[in-house]
Design a protein around this ligand. Structure first.
Ligand SMILES: Cc1cc2nc3c(=O)[nH]c(=O)nc-3n(C[C@H](O)[C@H](O)[C@H](O)COP(=O)(O)OP(=O)(O)OC[C@H]3O[C@@H](n4cnc5c(N)ncnc54)[C@H](O)[C@@H]3O)c2cc1C
Length: 502
């Protein structure tokens, strides 16, 4: 018999699933940090990182608009275990190179599989395993994995497209409309009139980076945002470096200083918001001068800290405005026209290019279709355990960082917790851990993931209904409070009735 003639084509033979103790979703700053902690704190654990992009970096890989940089300092956005030796506000290239060093120094590359987009994750109570189905983005091939534990490091927004509101007559505009999240390589800005819609961190970064090249850049905002202004340097770090103090020490000392100051600042925002507001706006007046209309353009209606406050290094955005290369318009869009934007005030802004720096599309758990024993899982039906796990969802943790402090501070804390939990399960011989409301929690009020009175950026407000719910006790909420959690998370009693082991 001709064996070749009867053999099935290779593609139709289902490949056996690769099995790992832990499967990490995403090779952004959270995924790479979590992998570091797993290899160092629980050596011998088998794991894989699946990443849909062609390389590591997450946010810092997919965002390619001019000037892209961090808006918080890298001593705290960097990991606690790897000193940051550059200026506090860093470019995406600098952040990727720092992450690349972490990968190389800890031999993590062999654990990462790029171009694997996870589409489905199914938990089986019969096998106590997750089955993860991914598609190779280069070949459309399917790949299946099984894992005991799923560590979700997929961030919080959709990388494939940003959020652009629908404005009237957008189609009639003859120029180009660009979202910073999909910045085109071929865009020519030279001598072009550019309008940037939005005044968040992205607009504040992009505008000074393109202002010299364009004919003019206008920042169009519906309402003003708070900014902090300062030198892109930390004097204490510079002094310690002059004294030839070891970089490990400098990193730790400067982190403590920054965190101490941020804590004090947050408290002041709550205790004396009017005074803080005056100080923040005063920093801008100091650059733009007493005649500039800061009342209209830089005086927000909300309390400081209700939304993230972007840091503007060396006041570059305001220097651009002062030089006349950039300007600010505070108004509402009535509709797009062939040559620009007509505002509600009746004024028309002419543009060759319109940049919609209007934010993200929140994406709950990586757009993955989850199920438990074949039943689709809707995370909005769950209650979060400290913003890390979910009621009724076994063997899964999510790294959702801080908005008001650096995201990565929580990556380190959550990693310590997950590793402690995995070690605890091993000691107990448990195959499964599922968060569950305790008898005393059953009448607890259940609310949206974040209290809008406390923190209310647009991308959260638009999509809150998709997120897990929050209770009114510390166990059942993501408090966004690093200063409390740095002590609370390490002290979590893993034998608390909120954890059900099998
Ligand atoms: C422009 C910009 C600047 C920012 N600056 C700061 C800052 O200065 N300080 C700060 O604290 N925060 C900042 N943030 C917030 C920032 O997103 C986080 O701090 C942090 O980078 C998030 O890291 P992450 O690894 O959790 O997620 P991400 O960076 O979003 O990475 C997640 C990774 O998971 C992958 N992934 C997602 N879904 C799937 C799937 N289904 N299958 C396979 N892979 C998947 C993605 O491709 C991505 O690579 C900024 C955000 C933006 C957009």
């Amino acid at each position: 018999m001709n064996v070749l003639a009867t053999a099935r084509p290779a593609a139709s033979v289902p490949k056996p699933a690769d099995h790992f103790d832990v499967l990490i979703v995403g090779a952004g700053i959270s995924g790479v940090g979590s992998a570091y902690h797993l290899t160092t704190q629980l050596p011998g654990t088998s794991f894989v990182i699946l990443e849909s992009q062609e390389s590591f970096g997450g946010t810092w890989l997919t965002h390619r608009y001019p000037g892209i940089r961090s808006d918080s300092d890298l001593h705290t956005f960097g990991y606690r275990f790897k000193p940051w030796v550059g200026p506090p506000i860093a470019t995406s290239e600098e952040i990727k190179s720092y992450m690349g060093e972490v990968i190389a120094e800890n031999d993590l590359a062999r654990h990462i599989r790029y171009k694997h987009r996870i589409e489905r994750a199914s938990w089986s109570n019969a096998t106590n395993l997750w089955t993860i189905e991914a598609v190779r983005t280069d070949s459309d091939e399917h790949a299946t994995f099984t894992a005991n534990f799923l560590w979700m490091c997929q961030g919080y927004y959709r990388h494939s497209e940003g959020y652009t509101p629908e404005w009237k007559d957008m189609d009639s505009f003859k120029g180009r409309i660009v979202h910073p999240q999909l910045w085109p390589e071929d865009i020519a800005l030279k001598d072009k009139k550019v309008v940037v819609i939005g005044s968040g961190a992205t607009a504040a970064t992009l505008i000074p980076a393109i202002a010299d090249e364009c004919a003019h850049v206008t920042m169009l905002q519906r309402s003003p945002t708070f900014f902090r202004v300062g030198r892109n340097a930390i004097e204490l770090a510079e002094t310690l470096r002059q004294l030839q103090v070891k970089e490990e020490w400098i990193h730790e000392i400067v982190r403590r200083k920054i965190l101490f100051e941020q804590d004090a600042f947050t408290r002041r925002c709550l205790a004396e918001p009017e005074q803080v507001k005056k100080e923040l706006i005063g920093q801008i007046t100091a650059v733009l001068g007493p005649d500039y209309d800061v009342e209209t353009h830089f005086t927000p209606q909300y309390r400081p800290w209700r939304q993230r406050i972007a840091f503007v290094p060396d006041a570059d955005l305001f220097e651009g405005i002062k030089s006349g290369k950039a300007s600010v318009v505070t108004d509402e869009i009535d509709r797009f026209t062939q040559s620009g934007i007509l505002l509600k005030s009746g004024k028309e802004l002419e543009a060759d290019i319109i940049v919609t720096a209007t934010g993200f599309n929140l994406c709950v758990l990586g757009d993955i279709a989850f199920s438990i024993d074949g039943k689709p899982l809707d995370f909005a039906d769950t209650v979060t355990y400290r913003g890390m796990m979910f009621t009724g969802v076994p063997n899964m943790a999510w790294v959702f960082g801080y908005f008001r402090a650096s995201w990565t501070l929580r990556t380190d804390l959550v990693a310590d917790f997950v590793i402690r939990l995995l070690a605890h399960m091993k000691r107990k011989g448990a195959k499964k851990v599922t968060p569950a409301l305790r008898p005393e929690d059953h009448n607890m009020p259940q609310m949206s993931w974040i209290d809008p009175e406390n923190f209310n950026p647009g991308y959260m407000m638009r999509n809150m209904h998709l997120l897990p719910r929050r209770g009114d006790k510390p166990e059942w909420q993501h408090s966004q409070d690093y200063w409390a959690e740095k002590d609370q998370i390490p002290a979590i009693d893993l034998d608390d009735a909120a954890f059900v082991y099998d």
